[in-house]
Design a binder for this molecule. Structure first.
Ligand code: LMR
Length: 398
């Protein structure tokens, strides 16, 4: 027998919630777990722009042969323009290259292996808290993982503590930053904060890795790219992971990219040769369908504007759900207590609920959220805000 001593590990803290929710027979259950957008009908629809793009691809596609190691270059170019702006100097100077990956998670893993093999000895610094999978991706790749404070026990963003910690990060280490819609907290840096972070990064000669998974869900497609573009303009080198899961609604198609900004075109080619080698050993060549859809949308002005309107619609609905929940909490005297829900951005809210309260919400009211107190606001059913507020008030006063 070979499989005797294998340790059984707990299921994924986020994906596991999908299963528990599906099994719950309560018709009045709430799914505030995994970061998936739901519309007024409680569905996660295929976007109209995606449907149209898929139809065009279906009519036109003549081959399913492999895409190259970096994926489709049109996808890479158009996604780079979306992230950095079509007038970006880096694009003109051929200083940026995109490698298509299986989702933003694939981009993170590719990046982790690149750091491990090509930048030996460098540690990576994550916000405390961060998306739990950040922790395991970098640790699994064999990197030394450190943390800088971000949101404290009081559930407030603590920029001075963050800056002080970054000052102490060893020169040359990598610091992971969330471009917008911080996962799990929803607390984002202001533009003034970003400038201070850039200042430390420059002085300490740190290499930023910006995780950009929610472009368009915070303040808008262009606005959300502000910090990424600030860093790309100011620094010679930058790593960016971009996900199309949320803003294109392509979750299961696993569509994303690792964007590398290098000091010159030759350096970029060196880095890209390594990325192609690493990717070949991880997944060989990336899945095509989602990236082909994205390229079709971004490459056609009509489809692109339909898509941008749909992203804006999702963004506004999430913002309305935030204010709606606050209004629903008001009769229970809790709107002040949860005022941060209105300040946070994107799908997620660090509610400040304790893990015991989260457990009570699940057991007594069939409200599913991550044990850290993270709620996916984009999963709230707007017609049942009062029931949700009542359940929250009950666990808060228990
Ligand atoms: C989340 O944090 O819920 C999403 O990013 C989905 C995931 O893969 O965890």
């Amino acid at each position: 027998m070979h499989f005797g001593p294998i340790e059984r590990v707990p299921g994924d803290p986020i994906l596991g919630l999908m299963e528990s929710y599906a099994k719950d027979a309560n018709p009045n259950k709430f799914d505030l777990g995994v970061g998936v957008y739901k519309d007024a009908m409680g569905l996660t629809p295929v976007l109209a722009a995606v449907k149209q793009a898929e139809q065009r691809l279906l009519d036109r596609q003549t081959s399913k042969t492999y895409v190259g190691g970096h994926g489709d270059s049109t996808f890479g170019q158009l996604l780079s323009e979306l992230v950095l702006g079509s007038d970006s100097r880096l694009l003109r100077e051929l200083r940026v290259g995109a490698t298509q990956t299986p989702g933003g998670t694939g981009a993170l893993r590719l990046c982790a292996d690149f750091i491990k093999h090509c930048l030996p000895g460098r540690g990576i610094w994550l916000s405390d808290p961060t998306w739990p999978i950040h922790e395991t991706i970098f640790a699994t790749a064999g990197l030394k993982v450190g943390h800088y404070p971000y949101v404290g026990q009081d559930n407030r963003l603590n920029v001075p503590a963050m800056l002080a910690a970054l000052e102490a990060v060893p020169k040359g280490d990598i610091v992971l930053l969330h471009a917008c819609c911080h996962n799990p907290t929803g607390f984002d840096l202001s533009q003034a904060d970003w400038k201070q972070v850039l200042d430390v990064v420059r002085r300490r000669d740190l290499l930023p890795l910006i995780d950009f998974a929610y472009q368009g869900f915070g303040d808008g497609l262009e606005q959300d790219a502000w910090a990424v573009r600030l860093f790309a303009e100011a620094l010679p080198e930058l790593l960016i992971t971009s996900s199309c899961s949320k803003n294109f609604g392509l979750y299961r198609e696993r569509t994303g990219a690792l964007l590398v900004c290098a000091s010159d075109a030759q350096k970029l080619l060196d880095v890209r040769s390594q990325l192609a080698f690493i990717a070949r050993n991880l997944w060989s060549t990336p899945p095509d369908h989602g990236a082909a859809v994205v390229a079709e949308i971004l490459g056609n002005p009509g489809l692109k504007s339909l898509w941008a309107d749909e992203v804006e619609g999702m963004r506004l609905r999430i913002a309305q759900l935030r204010s709606g929940l606050l209004e629903a909490l008001a009769p229970y005297g809790l709107s002040e207590h949860f005022a941060h829900i209105g300040v946070q951005r994107g799908m997620f809210s660090y509610t400040g609920l304790t893990s015991a309260q989260v457990q009570q919400l699940r057991e007594k009211h069939s409200v599913y959220m991550v044990g850290s107190g993270r709620a996916n606001v984009a999963g709230i059913d707007a017609t049942r805000l009062d029931a949700l507020a009542k359940a929250i008030s009950e666990v808060c006063t228990a």
